[in-house]
Design a binder for this molecule. Structure first.
Ligand code: PLP
Length: 358
């Protein structure tokens, strides 16, 4: 199959094969890693090495702590204001797509939050202007979503926040491109797109921000608890973490994020090229400068035709192309584990489909 699912998404075949070999007898021992105590040296080492590899691949300085948590990226939407939005402060949200809007509503449920910039009025077809954000002196943090998974847009430039901590949801483009990560006081990602299976969420938090966690929240919800206990305060999602480690090792073997970035650009250019050369048969949903290299979205002249393309794709083993139910149309999610060959197969199909139905 060529898997274009938006998440959980394709995993490298090599990783699945390795996991299969280790499934019953981890490290050649007598049991699966799922059966081991999270206090055992083997699991402790696995968790530590996963964090180190994550940092190494992104080139993160020591001042960042890498934390592994449960609850998905959606849990972070709530934990961030609970930890970092204090009485008398305002949290600023850059609204660029439906996930950023969800994060914003969670913050409003916790405290005072405002939209620093928004493209909601244009139905998320463009990215909001973040060149001069108006942040008051009581700003707690700025939150942004670097890649809008549902809509298919991506920030190429990370805004300046004039010293206000910037927090990024990188769920759908983590590990896919070089970025000045030091611009972020914190960033987080559900693993299930570029770095692993569902079940584990990674958060990288600068120690200055960590020092600022609220005291008046339950222990398990504080980032400092995860930092103080090396992500082993309670039972972590051991198997998801182990799979994440394998995906990160695979990423390193491919040449790290530089290689991921180059291949993402190539894959995206191929699909956008077909869309742009189609004389409107395929219509990109997102304005050109904002297009994502992870989620390519487009529409066709009517829904019936879109369904026919999806069916024709499935016949060739090309799956996962239906757009999100809130947007419709089609979406090809081309995360790190999707090979160029899959995009070539899709591009060929789209060209042929247009020739027959155009
Ligand atoms: N943020 C972004 C950008 C996402 O793409 C997603 C899921 O697709 C989420 C948050 C929600 O993640 P989770 O399902 O891990 O809670």
């Amino acid at each position: 199959n060529y898997n274009f699912n938006p998440g959980p998404a394709a995993l490298p075949l090599e990783v699945l094969e390795e996991a299969q070999r280790q499934f019953i007898a981890y490290g050649g021992g007598g049991m699966s890693i799922m059966e081991m105590s999270h206090r055992s040296p083997a699991v402790e080492r696995m968790v530590e090495e996963t964090g180190q590899l994550f940092k190494k691949l992104l080139g993160l300085p020591d001042a960042y702590r890498v934390l592994f948590m449960g609850g998905g990226a959606s849990m972070q939407f709530g934990l961030i204001p609970m930890n970092f939005l204090k009485e008398g402060q305002t949290a600023h949200y850059i609204l660029s797509g439906s996930f950023s809007d969800k994060a914003y509503s969670e913050a409003r449920a916790v405290g005072n939050a405002v939209a620093a910039a928004s493209s909601k009025d244009s139905k998320w077809r463009v990215l909001p202007d973040t060149a001069s954000l108006l942040l008051g002196s009581n700003a707690a943090y700025v939150h942004m979503t670097t890649n809008n998974t549902i809509e298919g847009s991506q920030f190429k430039h990370i805004p300046d926040t004039n010293g206000v901590p910037l927090i990024g949801d990188m769920t759908s483009d983590i590990m896919s491109r070089k970025m000045d990560f030091s611009k972020f006081a914190m960033f987080y990602a559900g693993a299930q797109k570029n770095i692993g299976p569902a079940g584990v969420t990674v958060a990288a938090v600068h120690e200055n921000l960590l020092a600022d966690c609220s005291e008046r929240i339950p222990t398990i919800m504080k980032y400092s608890t995860y930092a103080d206990n090396d992500s082993l305060y309670n039972t972590p999602p051991v198997h998801s973490l182990y799979m994440t480690k394998l995906v990160l090792e695979w990423t390193e073997r491919q040449g790290g994020i530089a290689a991921m970035e180059q291949s993402s650009e190539e894959k995206a250019a191929l699909l956008y090229g077909v869309i742009d050369a189609s004389d409107g048969f395929y219509q990109g949903i997102i304005g050109q400068p904002y297009r994502s290299n992870m989620n390519v979205t487009w529409r066709m002249r009517d829904e019936a035709l879109e369904k026919q393309l999806i069916a024709a794709a499935e016949e060739r083993g090309i799956v996962g192309l239906a757009g999100h139910r809130s947007v419709g149309g089609l979406r090809a999610s081309i995360y790190n584990a999707v090979p160029l060959e899959a995009c070539e197969a899709l591009a060929d199909l789209m060209i042929e489909f247009q020739r027959v139905r155009g």
